[in-house]
Design a protein. Structure first.
Length: 318
């Protein structure tokens, strides 16, 4: 009976990726039509939009009493963003490192990742943990708002539709929201059934198959940005997505369904996230200071580590 859950999972994934883009576009268009400043739209709707698949999956997993599936998805997506998305992007096009990415975004990601370790170290995700992470997200969004306002760089302008009437935008908003909810629910159901069929933990499915699927928007966005020579956007998209995955996606299960966590969440998945983040942080700092780009050497290293991570999870299947 594995065929049907697999088909549902794949169809749900395709619809989730497609509808998340439509949801962000329509929400941004509605906000624009109601006179919301573009900088505020960019900081909230556009920025959080890259983590929309993970957030919806996390909500559905928490409501289905599968918090470990949600945690696997959040941490596995961060691992995939560095070991797959950044690796593929840097392998295709060397990515120059700006001073801003080297010092600011790099430092914020490292700080947020360390905070996640503190939250997970007691093997329990509580309401307090969820509020703590959510507060961190609000602080990060406020900082983004004032930082972008100060720099006066219209980096979100291309992502905001300015010529879409409210009628079509509202229709697409409702349709895409319903599709997001339904497809996320379908993916969670399919993932849970696959886990039961293989008699493995939902954590493994969440950290591998589910995380790979929900990381596809980041892969497409980063490769496209790099090919268009928007290198800072390519790296910034990955770093920003990892920050939101911790502060927003991980907060959801704690707020909806506080639960005990498998020890593997901390000792395997989080430690792998921490290791890759430390490696990325060190690389950004050393290469950034010397003016060298992230290239195929780094891509090969983190890509190999990601394959190793998938193999460790695969061992639970055999």
């Amino acid at each position: 009976m594995l065929l049907w859950p697999s088909v549902v999972f794949i169809i749900g994934l395709i619809i989730l990726v497609w509808s998340s883009d439509r949801f962000v576009d329509s929400a941004a268009a509605i906000a624009h039509n109601f006179g919301v400043p573009h900088i505020l739209i960019g900081v909230t709707i556009v920025s959080l939009g890259t983590s929309a698949p993970e957030i919806l999956v996390s909500i559905n997993a928490a409501l289905s009493d599968s918090v470990n599936l949600a945690m696997g998805n959040a941490l596995g997506s961060n691992i995939a963003n560095i070991g797959l998305v950044l690796a593929v992007t840097a392998f295709i096009v060397p990515l120059p490192i700006t001073r801003r990415v080297m010092r600011i975004e790099n430092g914020i990601l490292l700080l947020v990742t360390l905070a996640a370790g503190w939250v997970l170290s007691d093997y329990f995700l509580s309401i307090f943990d969820g509020l703590f992470l959510l507060t961190g997200m609000v602080i990060f969004l406020v900082w983004m708002f004032y930082d972008i306002k100060k720099s006066d760089t219209p980096e979100f302008e291309d992502s905001i539709p300015v010529s879409r009437p409210n009628g079509p935008a509202l229709i697409w908003f409702v349709i895409s929201l319903l599709l997001l909810i339904a497809s996320a629910r379908a993916m969670v159901w399919g993932a849970m059934e696959i886990a039961r069929s293989f008699n493995i933990s939902e954590l493994v499915i969440g950290a591998t198959i589910l995380a790979l699927g929900t990381s596809l928007p980041e892969l497409a966005a980063s490769v496209t940005s790099a090919l268009k020579k928007h290198h800072d956007i390519a790296i910034g998209n990955i770093i920003g997505s990892n920050i939101f995955n911790i502060l927003a996606v991980m907060a959801v299960p704690g707020l909806i369904n506080p639960s005990a966590l498998f020890h593997e969440v901390f000792w395997r998945d989080y430690m792998f996230v921490l290791g890759l983040t430390l490696l990325l942080s060190f690389t950004l700092f050393t290469l950034g200071r010397s003016g060298k780009p992230i290239g195929r050497v780094f891509a090969s290293i983190v890509g190999t580590l990601y394959i190793g991570y998938l193999y460790i999870n695969y061992l639970e299947l055999v």
